[in-house]
Design a protein around this ligand. Sequence first.
Ligand code: ADP
Ligand code: MG
Length: 389
Amino acid sequence: MNEQELKVIFEEKFGQGGDIRTYFAPGRVNLIGEHTDYNGGHVFPCALTIGTYAVARKREDRVIKLYSANIEHVGVIESSLDDLTNKDAYHWANYPLGVVWAMIEKGSEIKSGFEMCVWGNIPNGSGLSSSASLEVLTGTVITDLFGIDKTMTELALIGQYSENNFNGCNCGIMDQFAVAMGKKDHAIFLDCADLSYKYASVKLDGAKIVITNSKVKHSLVDSAYNDRRNESSQALADLQTVCGISTLGELTDEEFEKYGSAIKDEVNYRRAKHAVAENQRTIKAVDALNKNDIETFGKLMNASHVSLRDDYEVSCEEVDFLVETEWSVPGVIGARITGGGFGGCTVAIVKDEAVENFKETVGKAYKEKYDLDAEFYVVDIGDGARRLS
Ligand code: ADP
Ligand code: MG
């Protein structure tokens, strides 16, 4: 499928004519800095050239019609500007409807309904942020169709606001920010405390970014995500009794050693230890990349995985097996779990000549152990959400 074929589907569903426009929003992969965004730390994601396409057109009335070519069996979902509530029956369409709701909540005037067909070529629910892609895509469509003036950062915040308040996932800002602000061949070094950011050129001379989809998603994802947020804030509250910080991201490793004993609960201690160390690793990793020191970058990715596995406990058996197998393949510079966790994808940096063997070795070992077919994506870094035509 491509955007032209999606347009044909659009016309089949909603009829021809009028001002039909096409849009794209990428998925993203986070290279390092996991579960640091909501802890006031740094992240280092990049937008991908794979993502979600939309074809859309304004309507004269107040009706909203939505169709996903990925989830055909749901059919066309119909809602209205006058009844924007989350309903189970709306299925996936709660994401775009949430963005419409959030834009109105934040004061934008959406003058009429619209119809939109979407189709994505990123896996859903695997940690490559198809949800943020769909949210920022919807924001891009609405601002363009209705001439609403919003910066891409504002669209990222609206996407997060809708995911938090309409869809009930308490996510941080990283995903939407990366999808909105992506830049070809660059990753985004984002300070989540104040949304200041710098682009860093990702020139992996002789190496590729390879994503491996474990195809598992353990059902505790959303509840565990919210638990980790609570555990981190309890640790922060304990630390605030001994030092004047407002987020865990403000601490260095040395400061954490000095003050960490103030955290009463052992589990909360390990959550904070990860948040602090991961933030410091991210700063070091970007520095290494800027110096073209890919080896150090890879080692920090490996350490990130160990910390997510042991201290933050957001990995799972299958993904640990994948990452540990990846570490043993010649030509792998670094590998870790990426995304929220409990399944989903790994991200690895693999030397060009080693990529084929990587896929074969990891795929075979995984199949033997879990009888699952891992999927591999050798990805390119692309631009953020935009109108195509
Ligand atoms: P992730 O963001 O890691 O892919 P989530 O569980 O946060 O995983 O979001 C996945 C959900 O987003 C899907 O279950 C679906 O509801 C919605 N979604 C994403 N892309 C599409 C698409 N192309 N068509 C319909 N729904 C989509
Ligand atoms: Mg998501």
